[in-house]
Design a protein around this ligand. Sequence first.
Ligand code: DAK
Length: 256
Amino acid sequence: MEHLKFEQTNQTGLLTINREQALNALNHDLLLELEDFLQNTLPQQDTRVLIITGAGAKAFIAGADIKQMQKLNHFEMLKFCDLGQKISILLESIDVVTIAAVNGYALGGGLEIALACDFIYASENAKLGLPEVSLGLIPGFGGTQRLLRAVGTRRAKELVMTGNQINAVEALNIGLVNKVMPLNELMDNCYKTANRIHKNAFSAVTQAKRSINNGSALSIRDALELEKQCCAVCFASVDRLEGMTAFIEKRAAQFA
Ligand code: DAK
C-alpha cells in the first residue's frame, strides 16, 4: 500500500493515512487503497479494534485532495463521492470497533471519515471542521448527515454553513469527539480503550454496534425490536454462557 500503513498487535490494528506532505489529503488512489483495505485486507486479519490516524504531528486528514478535485468533471466528481461514501459506510458497518485518533487537522473529507468511526479521540492541537462551502461545495462523504446525528441540527448547520474550524475542546463540548488529550498521550489512550474492549465478549460488542448504528434511524418501537433481536443473538452465544457462568463461579470470563 502506497498511501496507507497497517500494523497490528494483539487484535488491535493501527491504520495510518500516510501522505504527510499533503497533510494526508484524500486523493483518488488513496481512497481506492482504503476501500480495498477495508473490504479485502481487514477481514483477513484477526482485528477487533482498528485505530485510524494520520502520519505526522500536524494532520489527521486535511480533507479530500482539492488539487485533484479541482480538475474533476461532474461525472468524475459523482464517482469520487460514491467512493468516499462507500468507505464511510464500510467503516460504519464492519464488526471491528473503529477509533479515529485525530492528531491535528480533521477537515472536510477527513472529518467525514472520523465521523464514520465509532469513537473520536482528539489531541489538544486538533482542528475540526467542514470547510466545503468555502470551496463552493457541500460535504459529500456523508458529513451533513452524520454531523447532524452526532451534534444535532442547529450545531451541524452552524458548522457546515460557516465552514468554521473548531478546536478539540469546543468539539468535546458539543459531543463531536469523545475525549481530548495531549498529542503525546493520544495513541496510549486509544490502545487503553482497545484493551478495555478486548476484555469484553466481542460477539456482544458487535451486536451493540449493530443495535446502535441500525437503530438510530428507526422509530423507537422498531429500534427496541432491533435491540431485542441483537440481544437474542447474544443470548444464543457461547460468550453469554461463559460470561454468566464466570460471574457465578467468581472468576474472570474467558471469552472466545
Ligand atoms: N488537498 C490538497 N492538498 C492539501 C490539502 C487538501 N485538502 N490540504 C493541505 N494540502 C497541501 C497543501 O497544498 C500544501 O502542499 P504544497 O503547497 O506544500 O505542495 C501542504 O499540504 C501543506 O499545507 P499548507 O502549506 O497549506 O499548511 P498550513 O499549515 O499552512 O495550513 C491547513 C494547513 C489545513 C489549514 C491548509 O492546508 C488548508 O486549509 N487545507 C485545506 C483544508 C480544506 O479545505 N479541506 C477540505 C477539503 S474539501 C463531494 C465529495 C467530497 C467532498 C465534497 C463534496 N461531492 C462529490 C459533492 C469533500 C470535500 C473536501 O474535503
